[in-house]
Every structure is written in structure tokens, then in C-alpha cells.
Ligand binder design. Structure first.
Ligand code: PAD
Ligand code: ZN
Length: 361
């Protein structure tokens, strides 16, 4: 089958392979025919070493498709079901899921022995799957908790986006930061995740939503998703003065993954406000805070992992918002690509040109 493989960290392009094989599913696994996958910046970050990644590896973690086969003990899904892949699925039974009530942080399935074996191979060489998901492929094998069944009438292209970028951004606003009605919000980075944070803030009832991006060509488009203002970084201080009397924003979301922007997001947050870090930076890069300001400003500095998702609940919530016209998913698809165009898509992400691109198999 076809799959896009990262052969070595640092490679600029993926190896488009046509002879990839998949392991047999265990009794608790599900084979999914991937029909659509989004390209997330995290895929590019796995390529350049920002996100640690075993290689060779089938990238992609934002996908949807149709269940092809299920293991003998799988009960929640059956062949023919339309599903979204979940790159960090909850087991639903552990202390993290039940006591901490943080199903997005459950690692029981992520590190389940079934999922630790490489799901793909090529000519006898094992091939890993990004986030144990691997959606840049025609078929993948997922643990049963790693799929969420959706209604058959939901188009699978927009469903794929819910699997990562949309859930992450909307969830950061409504689950993690819990944006309040009438608040003032700034979002750094208007890619798929940032645009979703903008939409999440709009859904939560924010009064002002400022998008900050280096790519001004995107600004008209970004406003269609609910940003009330869009500026380049150099213009932000003036706008902050105008909109907040210089106090800063109630909520700031960093949706890029750059330490200096994380620091700026903290500075743009008002005293007592919430600075939410969504972007993923490198393990060896650091953000500095002086030992006085953390107490003095009483800002809440919070990370958001997968938008605080409980995939079993939140994917359906987002799709209901979409059904009723409150979450624009179609508009987020900047380009549709074939398998052979995946590397063009990766280059477009690097240039910051797109909101989201969907690869159709
Ligand atoms: P993207 O590449 O589609 O969008 C990034 C945007 O940032 C682009 O519009 C760029 O033009 C813009 N940008 C770049 N540099 C700057 C700068 N210095 N100042 C202002 N704007 C800038 O990325 P994405 O939306 O797919 O992902 C964004 C981040 O979110 C990325 O770090 C990704 O790894 C991370 C992510 N986190 C989670 C999570 O669970 N927290 C999930 C998915 C993605
Ligand atoms: Zn992602």
C-alpha cells in the first residue's frame, strides 16, 4: 500500500512509498482505511527534530476513514463504521482518566504493548507510526480506543481535521483556558490550530479576538473565522494599548511553538489573565521567567495537550457545532492534495501559507 515515510530526522521531504505492509491486527485492534488526512505542523516538527520521532516512520496523525476489519474482542466499532483517529486515546479506567479526570493525558493506550510494535514494514524493515497513529497511508492499524465512530453523513475530509488541529485549538479555548463571554483574546499563529483557537474563543463568546501572524496575506481569511482584528507582530503593542488600555489580554494563546513568542504571549496577558501554550517547541529550547513576575502578575500559565480532549465526548460536541453552523470546518481546507502532492503540502506548511490541507487517498 501507499504511505509517506520519514526515513531520517532532518529529511526535507517524505519518501513516497508504494510497497508498505501492515501488521495483522491483534484482538483489540482495528484496521482503518484512511480516506483523508490533514497535514499538521507537528508532522513537520517530527521531520525537523522538534518532536522526537523514531525512524523510519509513517507520519500523519490527523485522519479519518472507514473501519475495514476489527479484532475478535473489539465491541465498540465494526467494519463499515466511519471513524476519526485519536492520537492520544484514553483507556477510560486508569487513575488519570477517572481520578484526575484528564483523559487526554492517559498514556495507557499510547504505551500499550500492542501499540509499541511497529505497525508497518517495508521489505522486512520495521516502520513506526507517528504518535502510534500514522495516517499518511491508505490503511493503518489502531488500538480500539484510538477510533471514535461518527455519523455516516459527516464528510470524512472535515472529520479528519477534528482528529488533531481543530480539537486542539477549539479545545484549548473552551476546555483548557475556559474563555469567558465578553473577554479579550489574542491568538499567536493562524494555522489550523490557531484558527481553531480563534473559532473556540468566538464560540465561547469572546468580545475581541486578535490574530497575530507574520503572514498578512491570511488576514482577510482569518477574520471570516471570527478574529475581530488581525495584525503582524510589530503592530500588536499599539493594538494592545487601544483595546486593553495597556493592561493586556484576558487570554493569550501561543499556537506556533517558538520560545520568544511564548514569552510575548505571557507579556501580552493581563495580570490575573491566562496564557495558554499550545504550540510545541523543542526539548532543548527554553522560555525564561524572572522569579518575581510569576508571583507578582498572578498570570495563569497553562499548557494545552490535545485541547484537553476527551475524544469520546468532544469530537461529537465539535461536530454538532459544525452541523449547526457554529464551527466552520470546510473553510479551513486551504488545499486538497493527492498522495503524490504530500511533499508540496509539507513545503506550504513550512511557508505558513495555509490554514489546513487535506490529503485524499
Ligand atoms: P501552522 O504551521 O499551520 O501555523 C503556524 C502559523 O504561525 C502560520 O500561519 C505562520 O505564518 C505563523 N507564524 C510562524 N512564525 C510566526 C511568528 N514568529 N509570529 C507570528 N506568527 C508566526 O501550524 P499548526 O496550526 O498546524 O500548529 C501550530 C502549533 O501547534 C505547532 O507547534 C504544532 O506542533 C502545535 C500543535 N500542538 C498540539 C497540542 O496538543 N498542543 C496539537 C497539534 C499541533
Ligand atoms: Zn497535529
Amino acid at each position: 500500500m501507499r504511505a509517506a515515510v520519514l526515513q531520517a530526522v532532518g529529511d526535507k521531504h517524505l519518501d513516497l512509498c508504494y510497497d508498505i505492509e501492515m501488521v495483522e491486527p491483534t484482538s483489540h485492534e482495528v484496521v482503518v482505511r484512511i480516506t483523508h488526512t490533514g497535514i499538521c505542523h507537528s508532522d513537520v516538527s517530527a521531520m525537523n527534530g522538534t518532536i522526537p520521532q523514531d525512524v523510519p516512520c509513517v507520519l500523519g496523525h490527523e485522519g479519518a476513514g472507514v473501519v475495514e476489519a476489527v479484532g475478535s474482542e473489539v465491541t465498540a466499532t465494526q467494519p463499515g463504521d466511519h471513524v476519526i483517529a485519536v492520537w492520544s486515546p484514553p483507556c477510560g479506567q486508569c487513575e488519570v482518566c477517572l481520578v484526575h479526570q484528564k483523559p487526554n493525558l492517559c498514556s495507557a493506550i499510547m504505551y500499550h504493548p500492542d501499540r509499541l510494535r511497529p505497525p508497518f514494514s517495508q521489505g522486512g524493515t520495521d516502520i513506526a507510526a507517528m504518535a502510534r497513529t500514522g495516517t499518511f497511508t491508505e490503511y493503518t492499524v489502531l488500538y480500539e480506543h484510538g477510533v471514535v465512530k461518527i455519523d455516516d453523513d459527516i464528510p470524512l475530509d472535515i472529520a479528519s481535521l477534528v482528529g488533531c488541529g481543530v480539537m486542539t485549538g477549539v479545545g484549548a479555548a473552551i476546555n483548557t483556558a475556559k474563555v469567558q463571554p465578553g473577554s479579550k483574546v489574542v491568538v499567536f499563529g493562524a494555522g489550523g490550530v490557531g484558527v481553531s483557537a480563534i473559532q473556540g474563543a468566538r464560540i465561547a463568546g469572546a468580545a475581541e479576538i486578535v490574530a497575530v501572524d507574520i503572514n498578512a496575506d491570511k488576514f482577510d481569511k482569518i477574520k471570516e473565522f471570527g478574529a475581530t482584528h488581525a495584525v503582524i507582530p510589530e503592530e500588536l503593542d499599539d493594538l494592545k494599548s487601544e483595546l486593553t488600555s495597556g493592561h493586556g489580554f484576558d487570554y493569550a494563546f501561543e499556537c506556533i511553538g517558538i520560545p520568544s513568542v511564548m514569552r510575548t504571549a505571557y507579556e501580552q496577558t493581563r495580570r490575573g489573565g491566562t496564557c495558554c501554550i499550545v504550540g510545541v517547541g523543542r526539548l532543548d529550547e527554553f522560555v525564561q521567567f524572572n522569579a518575581f513576575e510569576l508571583f507578582y502578575n498572578e498570570k495563569k500559565l497553562i499548557g494545552s495537550y490535545y485541547g484537553g480532549v476527551d475524544a469520546r465526548v468532544d469530537f461529537h460536541r465539535l461536530l454538532r457545532l459544525w452541523r449547526h453552523g457554529q464551527l466552520d470546518l470546510e473553510g479551513m481546507i486551504s488545499r486538497r492534495l493527492t498522495f503524490d502532492q504530500i511533499n508540496d503540502g509539507i513545503d506550504a506548511v513550512r511557508r505558513g501559507e495555509v490554514v489546513r490541507q487535506v490529503v485524499e487517498f
